[in-house]
Write a protein that binds this ligand. Structure first.
Ligand SMILES: Cc1cc2nc3c(=O)[nH]c(=O)nc-3n(C[C@H](O)[C@H](O)[C@H](O)COP(=O)(O)O)c2cc1C
Length: 368
C-alpha cells in the first residue's frame, strides 16, 4: 500500500470495489415500527450511499433476539419485503449495504420477549438499564442456554443470512461486539459454562466461529464481516485476559478469508475504567491477514493518518453520519459538519420518524 492511501482511495473488499474507504458504522435508530423496516429507513440509508459501504443497524435474527423497542428484524417475510425497499433504494443510488445480524442475548427484558426470560451463555446479569414497554428497567438475570439449544441459535443466524440475501443485501456483518450474545460467549465475565461452549478460550470462541461458519456457507466468506469490541465495558462486559481471548478469536478468523473484521476502539466510558486495551488496532492488526475496518472516534485527519501508515484498511464513522448524510463529500472538501441532535437519535413510537433522522441537510440543500 502506498503512503498516499487515504479515506478517498478505492479498495477491493471481497468481491466489491468500493470507491472510498469510508464506512458508515452500524447504528440503531429505532424507526422500524413493530420490528418492520419503514419507508423512512429506505430514505435514510439511500441518503448515505456515498459511503464506500453502509452497515445497517443491528437486526434481530429471531423474536428472542430483541433488545429494543422498534429495532428491525430479519426473520419474517414482512421484514424481508420491507428491507427489500431499503436495499433497492440504496442500489438505485449506487451504494453497497451489509445487514448487521444480531442477537441481544442477556441485554433485553421479558417485556420485549412476550414474557420469556432472556437467554445467555450463563445466568449472569448485565449491568445497566434498558428502555422497555414497561419503562426503564434494570437488566435481569438471564437463563443459561442448554447446550442443545445452541445449534438452534446458530441456525437462526444462518436463516437470517439467507433472509438478508433474499432482501437484496450485498453482504452481512455479524454483531460480535458491544456485549451482545456472541460477545457474551467470548468473554469469561459473562460465560462461566462448563460445556464445550465455556471454560477454555477455544470453547468460548466456539459459538462465534460456528456462527461465522454457518453464515459463510450462505454468503461465501468474502461477503461476511464481523464486528468485535475488545475494550468495550458497556453492559458490564469484561474478560480476565482480553488480549489473549481476542487474539485467539482474531487469529482463528484468518482461516475464513472474510470480507473484513470491524474493530472498535474504546470509547470515553471504556477509557474511564482505566483498564482497557488501547489502541485496539495496533494490538490486533499484526494478527489478522485480511481487511480491517477501524472504528471509534475518527475524524478526517485521524482516519487519513491510520490509513496512510498502513494501520488499517478502512475507517468507519458512526455519529458523524447521523447528521451528515453526505459525509464523504464534506470530508473531501473540508466543509462544515452538521451537529447531531442527540435527543432525536432514537425514534420514539410511530410519530415523527423523520425528525432527527432524514431531515439533516446535504451540502447541496445548504446551497454550497
Ligand atoms: C446511536 C448509535 C447507535 C448505535 N448502534 C449500533 C448498532 O446497532 N450496532 C453496532 O455494532 N454498533 C452500534 N453503535 C456503535 C457505532 O457503530 C460505533 O461503533 C460508535 O458510534 C463509535 O464510532 P464513532 O466514534 O464514529 O461514532 C451505535 C452508536 C450510536 C451512536
Amino acid at each position: 500500500m502506498s503512503s498516499t492511501t487515504d479515506l478517498f482511495s478505492s479498495i477491493q473488499l471481497g468481491r466489491y470495489t468500493l470507491p472510498n474507504r469510508i464506512v458508515m458504522a452500524p447504528m440503531t435508530r429505532l424507526r422500524a415500527v413493530g420490528s418492520i423496516p419503514t419507508p423512512v429507513m429506505a430514505e435514510y440509508y439511500s441518503q448515505r450511499t456515498s459511503a464506500g459501504l453502509i452497515v445497517t443497524e443491528c437486526t434481530m435474527i429471531s423474536p428472542m433476539s430483541n433488545g429494543y423497542i422498534n429495532c428491525p428484524g430479519i426473520y419474517s417475510p414482512e421484514q424481508v419485503a420491507a428491507w427489500r425497499q431499503v436495499t433497492d433504494a440504496v442500489h438505485r443510488k449506487g451504494g453497497k449495504i451489509f445487514l448487521q445480524l444480531w442477537h441481544s442475548g442477556r441485554v433485553t427484558h421479558p417485556s420485549l420477549l412476550n414474557g420469556e426470560l432472556p437467554v445467555a451463555p450463563s445466568a449472569i446479569a448485565a449491568t445497566g438499564t434498558l428502555h422497555t414497554p414497561v419503562g426503564k428497567v434494570t437488566l435481569e438475570t438471564p437463563r443459561a442456554l442448554e447446550t442443545e439449544e445452541i445449534p438452534e441459535i446458530i441456525e437462526q443466524f444462518r436463516q437470517g443470512a439467507v433472509n438478508a440475501m433474499d432482501a437484496g443485501f450485498d453482504g452481512v456483518e455479524l454483531h460480535g461486539a458491544f456485549g451482545y450474545l456472541i460477545d457474551q460467549f467470548l468473554q469469561n465475565g459473562s460465560n462461566q459454562r462448563t460445556d464445550k461452549y465455556g471454560g477454555s478460550i477455544e470453547n468460548r470462541a466456539r459459538f462465534l466461529l460456528e456462527v461465522v461458519e454457518a453464515v459463510c456457507q450462505v454468503w461465501g466468506s468474502d461477503r461476511v464481516g464481523i464486528k468485535l469490541s475488545p475494550s468495550n465495558t458497556f453492559y458490564g462486559m469484561h474478560d480476565s485476559n482480553p488480549q489473549v481471548t481476542f487474539s485467539y478469536a482474531i487469529e482463528k478468523l484468518n482461516q475464513f478469508n472474510l470480507a473484513y473484521i470491524h474493530l472498535m476502539e474504546p470509547n470515553e466510558d471504556d477509557l474511564g475504567t482505566g483498564d482497557v486495551l488501547n489502541p485496539v488496532i495496533s494490538i490486533f492488526r499484526p494478527l489478522y491477514q485480511g481487511l480491517i475496518i477501524t472504528n471509534g472516534g475518527y475524524d478526517k485527519s485521524k482516519g487519513n493518518q491510520i490509513l496512510g501508515t498502513d494501520g488499517a484498511d478502512l475507517v468507519s464513522f458512526g455519529r458523524l453520519f447521523i447528521s451528515n448524510p453526505d459525509l464523504p463529500k464534506r470530508l473531501a472538501t473540508d466543509a462544515a459538519l452538521n451537529s447531531p441532535d442527540f435527543a432525536k437519535v432514537y425514534g420514539r413510537g410511530e410519530q415523527d420518524l423523520d425528525k432527527g433522522y432524514t431531515d439533516y441537510p446535504s451540502l447541496e440543500m445548504q446551497g454550497s
